[in-house]
Ligand binder design. Structure first.
Ligand SMILES: Nc1ncnc2c1ncn2[C@@H]1O[C@H](COP(=O)(O)OP(=O)(O)OP(=O)(O)O)[C@@H](O)[C@H]1O
Ligand SMILES: [Mg+2]
Length: 347
């Protein structure tokens, strides 16, 4: 058990493709309280690279950031991108913890599209069917090569990896309200290389999907279609976004088909979920990830899905010094994962 009123003996580490983020919390008077947070920018493509030299460089960035942010622990819980993992929700009879583990390892190959001896498996009971008493179990598998790559980076940086958790689960912890166990929300994390889409009832995942669209793909189409270099394209993207009335809608028209990929995936996920849960009501979509700052994105997604769209605020359930308010608000979109990881043993 964690002791109270002490700094958590680990910190949350979000290895993103454009920046690494850390967050550390402690419990104070029953409330998760900020100990430290920080980020460091990294060249894109470094994290995605499989070369050992690049992994060493990522490890150097982790070390630098942990030192700059003054984290007070050697232990890490890190997030695994949803693209790098397979998840499945399976139904199992009510068994003891050990029996469940055994049963899952026998059956996992039915649910996981990679050979089981090449993957790291994790699972958690997430619910119980009231009619039959059967259990709903979330199964997560990460290919060994990816899990090992993360492990390697963290060890090289001089830290000990306590757990790897998929991004979506961390997001639910920082962006939804734990007591609202019946409400269904969709969290969409739009980053640099990918977008994660996850539907939750309370904090229990129902669907987790990931597609390869992020700011990099948006920058590329703006650069190609409008004949701009990368830097200019990035400026146009961030300044005009999906605003139809700016520069004759040129940026809007260029971005629309790419953003529509994300929207289609959201709509597909909703359909799939509603087919299985026809009584359910989706309350809202919560946007996070740096690319969610794209001008007019929330209104565009709201109009396309006919749902309420909100920008997620991962600081809501966390205490912090009042003088940090403005700084924290300005980085809300970037810290949902790191804070969700840091909340793991507190929430
Ligand atoms: N106003 C904006 N419009 C569009 N994109 C933006 C805006 N502001 C920041 N971004 C993009 O957000 C990205 C950073 O967001 P975030 O920190 O969520 O990404 P990441 O976690 O590093 O990426 P990934 O999750 O794909 O690994 C950058 O690529 C940046 O270009
Ligand atoms: Mg990210």
């Amino acid at each position: 058990m964690e002791s109270f009123n002490q700094e958590q003996n680990y910190f949350g580490l979000d290895l993103g493709n454009s920046s690494i983020k850390v967050a550390q919390l402690r419990e104070l008077s029953g409330k998760p309280t900020l100990v430290t947070y920080g980020s460091i920018d990294m060249p894109e493509n470094l994290l995605a690279s499989d070369s050992p030299i690049d992994q060493d460089r990522v490890a150097e960035y982790v070390k630098q950031l942990a030192s700059d942010a003054n984290v007070s622990s050697k232990n890490v819980i890190a997030s695994l991108p949803s693209t790098a993992s397979f998840t499945s929700i399976i139904k199992l009879p009510k068994l003891s913890h050990d029996e469940l583990g055994e049963s899952i390892s026998y059956q996992a190959d039915k649910y996981i599209p990679i050979p089981i001896n090449q993957a790291k498996l994790d699972w958690a009971v997430i619910g119980e069917y009231p009619d039959t008493g059967e259990l709903s179990v979330l199964l997560v598998a990460a290919p060994n090569n990816i899990a090992n790559k993360y492990l390697n980076i963290i060890q090289k940086a001089g830290f000990e990896l306590l757990a790897l958790e998929i991004n979506a689960l961390a997001l639910a912890r920082s962006l939804t309200i734990p007591t609202q166990t019946n409400s269904t929300t969709i969290i969409v994390d739009i980053g640099t290389l990918s977008s994660d889409i996850a539907i939750f009832t309370g904090q229990v995942p129902q669907i987790i999907r990931s597609i390869g669209v992020g700011s990099k793909a948006l920058r590329r189409v703006v650069s190609q279609n409008l004949g701009l270099d990368e830097t200019q394209a990035d400026q146009f993207l961030k300044k005009f976004g999906l605003q139809q009335d700016k520069i004759e809608g040129q940026v809007y028209k260029t971005l629309k088909p790419v953003i529509d990929h994300v929207v289609e995936e959201i709509i597909k996920s909703i359909k799939y979920y509603m087919d299985k849960n026809p009584q359910s009501n989706i309350e809202k979509i919560i946007l996070t990830g740096g690319t969610s700052a794209l001008p007019d994105l929330p209104i565009y997604i709201a109009n396309s899905t006919h749902l309420t769209v909100e920008i997620g605020n991962p600081w809501t359930n966390i205490s912090y010094p009042a003088n940090l308010q403005q700084n924290l608000a300005s980085v809300s979109l970037n810290y949902a994962t790191a804070l969700g990881l840091a909340l793991r043993n507190l929430a």
